[in-house]
Structure formats: structure tokens, C-alpha cells
Write a protein that binds this ligand. Structure first.
Ligand SMILES: C[S@@+](CC[C@H](N)C(=O)[O-])C[C@H]1O[C@@H](n2cnc3c(N)ncnc32)[C@H](O)[C@@H]1O
Length: 291
């Protein structure tokens, strides 16, 4: 069983609300969408080449907005190929939102969806216990690798599920991005909740090298306005800072000294300033691991 702390965090409506606020404030989903329709489109096309059926699985899919974007790109590239889609997501609320999104997307009605309301660790145990191992053409993990118990085990297991010519895609914050600098500088204060060990693309790539797996890495550049975080009376600013530091309430979670240090780091080491606004470096990496 994954730790009870994890279930608390991801079914917690406060976490989901601050994640939604973050998505509204940042261009993260738009940048990932642009990446899907530009660079990833050809890769998805090549995964499907010569096949009449594709098995796809999303791990930590949230409400599925990005999953559906990829399925629609796959369908565009291979209109005659049938697709099965599976989802591993521990938050029942997010699965509910995902199902609602599928229901109103006409072009997806022919795709069967299987839902696994659980952590990836529990999915792994379930698959191993069943013995009958289904293989996949495309497995994706978008902005979720921070939450798994064991990075190496998770990559090893999901990579082993790939069919010939399949790809395991991991989207993660980039090495040296603002996230990487903030979370590594304040590791002691931040890695105490659902994230016990912060990972950026640097840790994922090091793990792939140690496993001897073939991969390629693409940058997904992104930045977003965090100016409100520096206004102590701004409620949206406090909620954004809470999401960025993985806490419930930024102002109450740290001592005034730590908070001041974090804000200084955010402004001076993690961001650039333009026209009086502070833009956080939220760069992401897309790592595609071969079968
Ligand atoms: C930051 S959200 C990303 C959601 C979505 N992929 C996106 O990019 O919009 C992280 C998601 O991972 C899920 N999650 C957390 N721990 C997980 C685990 N161990 N296995 C699978 N999913 C997990 C959370 O419930 C949450 O929906």
C-alpha cells in the first residue's frame, strides 16, 4: 500500500484547488499542449506505424485534459487504428472529472477506458499478482514522478511493460529550473509531506543512465507570473506560494526568516523580472524512454 499521507494529499480538495489555481496562473498546460501538437505528434505517429491496435496508459493523469489531447493527436495521425486507454490515478475526484471530460468529447466515444483508482505502486503490485501482464505502446507520466515512493523501481516496472517500439514518456520539472533550485535549497523544510525526495529531470536522467536505458530529452520552456506571491495581503499570491512549496498555507507553514529567504530566492535565483513583474522559470523536460 502507498503511504496514507499520499492518499490524504491527493484526495484533499485544498491540494486540487491550489493545483487548479496554479494551472490558471501558469501556462503549463498550454506549453505541454503546444509540445504535443508539434514535437510529440511525429513521435506518436511513429509509435503507431504499422500497427492496427494501440494500448495506452496514463499514470497520475489528474483530470485527463492532457491525456485527451494526446489521444486526439494519436487518432488524427492513425484514424484507422483502434486504441484502448487505461488510467492509473489515486484521486477519485480527479477520475470523476476525467470521466466527465471523456463524456463530452465526441471523437473519443469509440475508445474503451479502464479506470484504476489507485497509486502506481498498487497498480504494480496488482499487475504482478495477476501474472497476466498487459503490454503497452505508449505509457505517460506527466508531472507525477515526484510522488512515487521509488523512482528507479517505478521506471523499471513501467519500462518493462512497453511493447516493441513503445515509449514511456515522463514530463518533469527541468534540472536547474526555478522548481529545482527552490526545492533543493529548502529541501529540509519542503521535503516533509507527500514529496519526501525532490526530483527534477536531473535525477530521472541519472536513473535512466544507471539502468542503461535508451532515452531522449526535450525541453518544454515555460515561465509564469509570481508577482502576487510578494504581496503579503494577496490571497491568490498566498495560494500560489502554498502550491509552489507543497504546503497548506504558505504564511503559517514557515518561520518569518525562512519565508523571507524563500521569497528572496524565488525573486533572485528562480525568476527574471520584466516591466516590474516577476516571472518564475517553470521549465519542464519531456523524457522519452525506449522499449
Ligand atoms: C500535479 S498532478 C498532474 C496531473 C496531470 N498529469 C497534469 O499534468 O495535469 C499529479 C497527479 O499525480 C497523482 N498521483 C500522486 N501520487 C501518485 C502515485 N503514486 N501514482 C499515481 N498517481 C499519483 C495525483 O493524484 C495527481 O492527480
Amino acid at each position: 500500500m502507498a503511504s496514507p499521507l499520499k492518499s490524504l494529499v491527493h484526495d484533499d480538495s485544498r491540494y486540487q484547488t491550489s493545483f487548479q489555481l496554479f494551472l490558471q496562473r501558469s501556462s503549463e498546460h498550454q506549453c505541454v499542449r503546444d509540445f504535443i501538437h508539434n514535437k510529440l505528434a511525429d513521435i506518436l505517429a511513429s509509435i503507431g506505424d504499422g500497427k492496427s491496435h494501440l494500448n495506452v496508459i496514463g499514470v497520475g493523469s489528474g483530470a485527463g485534459e492532457i491525456d485527451l489531447e494526446m489521444l486526439s493527436e494519436l487518432h488524427k495521425r492513425h484514424p484507422d487504428v483502434t486504441v484502448d486507454n487505461e488510467v492509473v490515478e489515486p484521486s477519485s475526484q480527479q477520475i470523476h472529472n476525467y470521466k466527465a471530460l471523456v463524456a463530452k468529447t465526441a471523437e473519443l466515444q469509440s475508445i474503451p477506458f479502464s479506470w484504476h483508482i489507485m497509486h502506481s505502486e498498487d497498480y504494480e503490485k496488482q499487475v504482478k499478482a495477476k501474472g497476466d501482464i498487459k503490454k503497452f505502446d505508449f505509457i505517460h507520466m506527466i508531472q507525477m514522478i515526484y510522488y512515487v515512493d521509488d523512482l528507479q523501481e517505478t521506471i523499471k516496472f513501467f519500462q518493462s511493460l512497453l511493447k516493441k517500439n513503445g515509449r514511456l514518456m515522463i514530463v518533469v520539472e527541468s534540472a536547474n529550473s526555478g522548481w529545482d533550485i527552490l526545492w533543493k535549497t529548502y529541501k529540509k523544510e519542503l521535503c516533509v509531506g507527500s514529496i519526501q525526495e525532490y526530483r527534477s529531470s536531473g535525477e530521472v536522467v541519472a536513473c535512466l543512465k544507471s539502468l542503461g536505458l535508451k532515452y531522449e530529452e526535450h525541453l518544454i520552456p515555460q515561465s509564469f507570473d509570481i508577482t502576487d506571491c510578494f504581496d503579503p495581503s494577496s490571497e491568490p499570491g498566498a495560494r500560489l506560494a502554498s502550491f509552489m512549496t507543497g504546503t497548506d498555507r504558505f504564511h503559517e507553514s514557515f518561520s518569518p526568516e525562512i519565508r523571507a529567504g524563500m521569497l528572496d530566492l524565488l525573486r533572485n535565483k528562480c525568476s527574471t523580472e520584466k516591466d516590474g513583474r516577476v516571472f518564475f522559470n517553470g521549465n519542464m523536460s519531456c523524457i522519452l524512454i525506449h522499449a
